[in-house]
Every structure is written in structure tokens, then in C-alpha cells.
Design a protein around this ligand. Structure first.
Ligand code: FES
Ligand code: FES
Length: 166
């Protein structure tokens, strides 16, 4: 049975129909046209579908749509500065660090990686190597071998300490 789920996504209140058994990933992609979160495994193994729910990184493929009710969801579309805020083309510092450090190849894993990194840096601004590895352990990348990704997250943490921002 279809139901309407109300929550905020990237700061905007939305009200969206979800079919029976839909997960948050399907609501975001099919209900709202937010296709930044990817479906890789669909089973909680790859992290390509990672989004933030109330600031925590979750696998949207495992997150039942009704549980989003009243929550705050952030997707990769919510990170870059918005056009209406004069931010055309301005990436979030974590996104920029991924670009600068060659941590993006096919890009399929990148939205999830960036959001896992954001959740980490929001709760732990000076993570050590082990913390970064643990935070990204649920995100699989088949392209980069992880070294560049780890470097990017370290650089983003450093940049954030120098110029604090969301
Ligand atoms: S698609 Fe959700 S963890 Fe792989
Ligand atoms: S860049 Fe291709 S899967 Fe990570």
C-alpha cells in the first residue's frame, strides 16, 4: 500500500509517495529525482547508496521509507553550494578534495564516500588514519585502491580546520 512520507531533504520539506516496501533510496531516486545516491548491491554491502539521516551516514537501500518521516536527509546534491546562493560550480570542500587528490575515477562510489567522510568530519574534525578507514569501511571502491580517497579525506579535514564550514 502506498503511503506519503514527509521529511526534509537538503533543507527542503518534501512530501512524497512511497510504494509498499520502498526504501529511502527508491524514494530519493524515483520519487524525488535525486539520483546522486547510487544503487550498487542493494543489500547494504557497497555503500554507494549512502546518505545522511539526521547527520549519520546510512545505507539508503536498507532504510525503510516510512522511517524517514520527520527526519532530515542530506544527499550529495545538497553539498555543493546552491545556484541561488551564488554558488554555481562551487564544490563542497570534501568534494573538491576528492577531485584534487584523484579520488574520483568512475565516480560510482563517490557520493557515498563523500557523505561518509562528511559524517565523520562532522563528529570528529581531526580523525586519525584508523578512524578514517573505519568510517569508510562500508564504502567499496573498485577503481582507486583507496589511497587517494584516504588522502582526500585527510586533506578535507585539514582544510576544514583552516577554514571551518559545513
Ligand atoms: S546499494 Fe546500498 S549498500 Fe550497496
Ligand atoms: S571511483 Fe569507481 S568505484 Fe570508486
Amino acid at each position: 500500500m502506498e503511503e506519503v512520507v514527509r521529511f526534509t531533504v537538503n533543507g527542503e520539506a518534501v512530501s512524497v509517495r512511497a510504494g509498499a516496501g520502498w526504501n529511502l533510496l527508491r524514494v530519493l531516486r524515483e520519487g524525488l529525482g535525486l539520483t546522486g545516491a547510487k544503487e550498487g548491491c542493494g543489500a547494504g554491502e557497497c555503500g554507494a547508496c549512502t546518505v545522511l539521516v539526521d547527520g549519520a551516514a546510512v545505507n539508503a537501500c536498507l532504510f525503510p521509507a516510512p522511517e524517514a518521516e520527520g527526519r532530515s536527509v542530506v544527499t550529495i546534491e545538497g553539498l555543493a553550494a546552491r545556484e541561488e546562493a551564488g554558488g554555481v560550480g562551487r564544490l563542497h570542500p570534501i568534494q573538491q578534495a576528492f577531485v584534487d587528490h584523484g579520488a574520483v575515477q568512475c565516480g560510482f562510489c563517490t557520493p557515498g564516500m563523500v557523505l561518509s567522510a562528511k559524517a565523520l568530519l562532522d563528529r570528529s574534525p581531526e580523525p586519525d588514519e584508523a578512524e578514517i578507514r573505519t568510517a569508510l569501511a562500508g564504502n567499496i571502491c573498485r577503481c582507486t585502491g583507496y589511497t587517494q580517497i584516504l588522502e582526500a579525506v585527510r586533506a578535507a579535514a585539514q582544510a576544514r580546520r583552516e577554514v571551518p564550514r559545513g
